[in-house]
Design a protein around this ligand. Structure first.
Ligand SMILES: NC(=O)c1ccc[n+]([C@@H]2O[C@H](COP(=O)([O-])OP(=O)(O)OC[C@H]3O[C@@H](n4cnc5c(N)ncnc54)[C@H](O)[C@@H]3O)[C@@H](O)[C@H]2O)c1
Length: 262
């Protein structure tokens, strides 16, 4: 599989290291990176000679490469700017899932992918349990879904708190508007279940935790579920859980599987 990448930060560089350097996925290679911003040239030239990829400053040439899959690991703005053009030609994996809280973009992606026979993949990211939520919701019998995200303070804000502080309580839709880098999981579980208006979210800054801890609770015809994931942060970005990068590798692997689990 040939991959094109948007975003060479914590997640992007992890993927370059694991896929191109360590070759953890057989027959898989990141062949191209896209970034149209002048300020990125120097950094990407360096990375390009280290990890052997083509560096593109225009989307049209990037989309002419033989990449089978484009992976977005940049930010919500880049999903807004490029996703609709990408799916005209390529399959797209989005990790800044918060972008899809926008119902219009979601609908447009549905239509375009149908028209061009492409796919959008949303990996599980920093949480698990999307399979449970989807199954519980498959006949519409899912009543409530809530998420409590408890994170170290520096993963959330620049301020210093000495005690546990709730920074946000409300809908998933409002959570991603206020915390665009910290509420992607809220949108992932919303899209798997009862939507961004009905899924409730609490974001807590906690001086006593060193991990990003997500607790998902759901209730419906199936019964009840209570799932807690304690994520180690990525060494290079405390806002991003290490599991997020692993979930992208797992998704790429699953695209090639004959026996699909879950
Ligand atoms: N779905 C999830 O569970 C989940 C979990 C953690 C992080 N995320 C999201 O994943 C994304 C990447 O996370 P990260 O930790 O690697 O962030 P990061 O800040 O370390 O890296 C982002 C990179 O994208 C680059 N970038 C920004 N705008 C760009 C553009 N227009 N074109 C090309 N490159 C651009 C930046 O220069 C930077 O190198 C973020 O949006 C983050 O919120 C999602």
């Amino acid at each position: 599989m040939k991959i094109g990448l948007i975003g060479c930060g914590s997640i992007g560089q992890f993927l370059l290291q694991k896929i191109n350097e360590d070759q953890v996925l057989p027959n898989t290679e990141i062949i191209a990176v896209f970034d149209e911003r002048e300020k990125s040239i120097e950094k990407l030239q360096k990375l390009s000679s280290q990890f052997s990829f083509e560096y593109h400053q225009t989307l049209s040439t990037f989309l002419q490469t033989p990449a089978d899959l484009i992976i977005e690991c940049a930010n919500i703005e880049s999903v807004n700017a490029y996703a609709l053009d990408i799916v005209e030609k390529k399959n797209l994996l989005i990790i800044s899932i918060g972008a899809l809280a926008d119902a219009t973009l979601y609908e447009q992606l549905q239509e375009k992918t149908k028209l061009h026979s492409t796919k959008v993949y949303l990996p599980t990211g920093a949480v698990g349990g999307l399979d449970v939520i989807k199954a519980a919701h498959s006949m519409g019998g899912l009543d409530t879904v809530s998420l409590i995200s408890r994170k170290p303070i520096d993963a959330l804000v620049d301020k210093k708190f000495t005690t546990e502080t709730t920074l946000f309580k409300g809908t998933a839709k409002d959570a991603i508007a206020k915390f665009p880098k910290n509420a992607n999981v809220a949108i992932a579980i919303s899209l798997a279940g009862i939507g961004v208006e009905k899924t409730t979210v609490q974001i807590i800054a906690d001086p006593d935790v060193t991990r990003n801890v997500h607790t998902i609770q759901l209730q419906g015809d199936f019964g009840k579920a209570d799932m807690t994931i304690e994520n180690n942060p990525s060494p290079s970005n405390p806002k991003t859980s290490y599991l997020t990068s692993l979930s992208i590798l797992a998704k790429i692997q699953s695209l090639d599987e004959q026996i699909v689990i879950g």
